[in-house]
Write a protein that binds this ligand. Structure first.
Ligand code: IMP
Ligand code: MG
Length: 172
């Protein structure tokens, strides 16, 4: 296991991202945060506590990787939001954007609910593997093409509790 992003690195980047979000939304604007479980739960919890705006939080569970190391094209929504996002500002938060298929599908799905705007926020960006041309509005770190774990990110549901991000294998 090799540490890629330390607790301090993550804390600093969260300060930067929260500042960018606050620059884009006025004091009285409400933001709906949709956090993708399970991977984004720790990142989301740390990030939203740094955003001094009115925040409404909801969650989705969609399967992408499952217990395999490969991403699938279509998503399967296992748990959906239960709040109304019509005419609202939405930010979707995920742990990693890899092929981009998951965020691409979720964004299209949520756009049908007529939000005012949807932005995307990811802690890690594996841009080398991108298949979908999607714009990520807030990105933490560029991530090498390695399998990573920690800070909410798992392999077979383990290692989510590590306070840093580490890579497990050198190659996929
Ligand atoms: P995408 O649809 O290919 O962009 O897949 C993104 C999802 O794949 C993320 O939300 C993660 O759940 C998962 N994923 C991608 N890379 C890794 C990794 O290195 N470790 C653990 N999960 C990963
Ligand atoms: Mg995920």
């Amino acid at each position: 296991m090799k540490t890629l992003f330390s607790k301090e690195n993550i804390n600093n980047i969260i300060n930067e991202i929260s500042q960018k979000i606050m620059n884009n939304y006025k004091k009285d604007e409400e933001i709906i945060i949709i956090s993708l479980l399970k991977g984004a739960f720790i990142f989301t919890a740390d990030l939203i506590r740094k955003i001094d705006r009115t925040i409404i939080i909801d969650f989705m569970i969609v399967s992408s990787y499952g217990d395999k190391f490969e991403s699938s094209n279509k998503i399967d929504i296992k748990y959906d939001i239960n709040i109304d996002i019509e005419n609202k500002n939405v930010i979707i938060i995920d742990d990693i954007v890899d092929t981009g298929n998951t965020l691409y599908e979720i964004k299209n799905y949520l756009l049908k609910k007529n939000p005012k705007k949807i932005e995307l926020c990811c802690l890690l960006d594996k841009s080398q593997r991108r298949e979908k041309n999607i714009n990520i509005d807030y990105i933490g770190f560029k991530c090498p093409n390695e399998f990573v774990i920690g800070y909410g990110i798992d392999t077979f549901n383990k290692y989510r509790n590590l306070p840093f991000v580490a890579s497990l294998y050198n190659e996929l």
